[in-house]
Design a protein around this ligand. Structure first.
Ligand SMILES: O=C(CO)[C@@H](O)[C@H](O)COP(=O)(O)O
Ligand SMILES: [Co+2]
Length: 224
């Protein structure tokens, strides 16, 4: 994988929701904006819903990457896909029909992605990866920002990268949770190419600098 392929996706979970437009402008040097939708059921947290996702899509020039941590994505993901998002991620464990949903999203012109929690293996999903544009490996338990990065997920990322490479696929591997300029080289070395970072970006006084630091740290993994 080339160093040019690393993409940084700041998560607005750590932004100031009352100043969201300002906080979206502050990350214009990123490759996409990551929007965490939580429903108080699939995860023990509640964030935002369709009207706010729609406004985010309207005010940002960045592709909008929606991470659905909700029950029944089969019912709701297509609704989010209509709002202008570039990619929709749903949790594999929340649906019984991941292929049907992926095909429905792609037909709507939206990239389809599935996510696995830290305790969920990815191997049972290998046979359907070609239906997806990206796989999200959670590097924290989903639900909250600011948690400690789980480096025990790196073997999963490596196995996934090996499978994708061996089969000549272009599927992206996203990691989400505890990503910072300290952990970015580890995830990039393991084979992830889309790095979500919430607190590491929005916790910094200079968000553009934080994005640049994470990008450079990830790229350094290829210079050794
Ligand atoms: O999906 C989630 C949390 O469930 C994330 O996207 C968090 O927003 C990441 O936050 P940091 O770990 O980077 O602070
Ligand atoms: Co997320």
């Amino acid at each position: 994988m080339s160093i040019m392929d690393i993409q940084i996706a700041p998560s607005i979970l750590s932004a100031d929701f009352v100043n969201l437009e300002r906080d979206l402008q502050a990350i214009s040097s990123a490759d996409m904006v990551h929007v965490d939708v939580m429903d108080h059921h699939f995860v023990p947290n509640l964030t935002l819903g369709e009207p706010i996702v729609e406004r985010i899509c309207q005010v940002t020039d960045l592709p909008v990457d929606v991470h659905l941590m909700i029950e029944d994505p089969d019912r709701w993901a297509p609704e989010f896909a209509q709002l202008g998002a570039s990619s929709i991620t749903f949790h594999a464990g929340a649906t019984h029909a991941p292929v049907r949903l992926a095909r429905q999203l792609r037909k709507m012109g939206v990239k389809a992605c599935f996510a696995v929690r830290p305790a969920e293996p990815v191997e049972p999903l290998f046979d359907i990866i070609d239906e997806f544009d990206m796989v999200l490996v959670m590097t924290v338990e989903p639900g909250f920002g600011g948690q400690k990065f789980l480096d025990n997920q790196m073997n999963k990322v490596r196995r996934l990268r090996d499978y994708i490479t061996a089969h000549g696929m272009a599927t992206h591997i996203q990691v989400d949770g505890g990503v910072s300029s300290q952990t970015a080289p580890i995830v990039a070395q393991a084979g992830a190419d889309v790095l979500v970072a919430g607190s590491a970006v929005y916790g910094a006084a200079d968000r553009a600098q934080a994005i640049s630091d994470i990008r450079q740290a990830a790229q350094k993994a290829f210079q050794a």
